[in-house]
Ligand binder design. Structure first.
Ligand code: SAM
Length: 273
């Protein structure tokens, strides 16, 4: 594969990217090496990044741009297919995918508001080929109050994606929750500074199951996790209760849960500093 930063620097048009993106992209895109792919970028500005993608993936890649500014249509003379429309309009996407069909990679570098990012994700999710990906750029806007982003909020893009985390875990039968369409197609979500990636599975995902090795050697082992524990060696400053407890307590008890939550709250405080 070519060097992405060099492709960026040699683009004939203006482009702007955060410095950490190049290494992330090079790692993410390894799996598309030598493949004939369709890449869609939302938000193309002057077209600088479209040239970068074409140079990086080579002529076997079909590079398509989506942009609100009708001026961008001019980039078609450079061999890119350009669709003019609003990424926050679900009807735009319905027409778009009807024309374009399923794609391999979607990169969202559009307006970066909650609705724009969430609509782009949700309207594209059923239109990504197996093994493909959706990349949402500039997700720091989920934490920005200024410049009209009005975050952090319950409706931020990052908060929205955290609801999908639970949906992936439904593949584990211990949760006892029905798989939905997302559980079956999204293999993983990757979070980087300002980039969130949805990796699509190569084939339909199903419930996971426990696999044992050496079945003939199966033994009973006493799992200590919920045994009564003597808490005297645990940190006390967080829990005045513990000074009162001289006897062993069960790790299933309410008292232990109370103590556990205090310790977790302390760690939460620590990471938010
Ligand atoms: C940061 S620029 C893109 C830069 C380009 N990707 C690059 O790296 O050279 C963001 C673009 O998103 C476009 N945009 C903003 N809101 C949009 C929307 N709702 N739908 C589609 N495009 C939008 C803007 O017009 C602008 O051209």
């Amino acid at each position: 594969m070519k060097n992405l930063k060099k492709s960026f620097q040699s683009s004939p048009k203006y482009s702007i990217k955060w410095s950490n993106y190049f290494e992330i992209y090079e790692n993410l895109f390894k799996r598309f090496e030598k493949k004939k792919i369709t890449l869609v970028e939302v938000g193309i500005g002057n077209g600088g990044s479209l040239f970068m993608w074409r140079n990086y993936f080579g002529n076997r890649a079909k590079v398509i741009g989506v942009e609100l500014n009708p001026e961008a249509k001019k980039l078609e003379k450079n061999g890119f297919k350009i669709f003019i429309g609003d990424q926050s309009n679900p009807n735009f996407w319905k027409k778009f995918y009807k024309k374009v069909g399923k794609i391999d990679i979607l990169i969202d570098d559009g307006g970066h508001t909650n609705l724009q990012q969430i609509t782009t994700l949700m309207e594209s999710i059923n239109n990504i080929k197996p093994g493909g990906m959706i990349v949402i750029e500039d997700t720091h806007t989920s934490f920005m109050k200024n410049k009209g982003f009005k975050n952090p909020s319950k409706f931020s893009f990052i908060n929205f994606t955290s609801s999908i985390i639970e949906i992936l875990h439904r593949r584990n039968p211990m949760i006892n929750k029905k798989l939905n369409y997302l559980s079956k197609i999204i293999n993983s979500i990757e979070y980087f500074d300002s980039i969130t990636v949805f990796n699509f599975a190569k084939k339909k995902l199903t419930e996971s199951r426990n696999i044992e090795n050496n079945k003939n050697l199966r033994v009973y082992f006493d799992d200590f996790r919920f045994h009564k524990t003597n808490m005297s060696s645990y940190p006390k400053k967080t829990n005045f209760f513990l000074d009162l407890i001289k006897k062993k307590i069960s790790k299933r008890s309410y008292l232990y849960r109370f103590y556990e939550n205090i310790l977790i709250k302390n760690y939460l405080k620590e990471i938010k500093k």
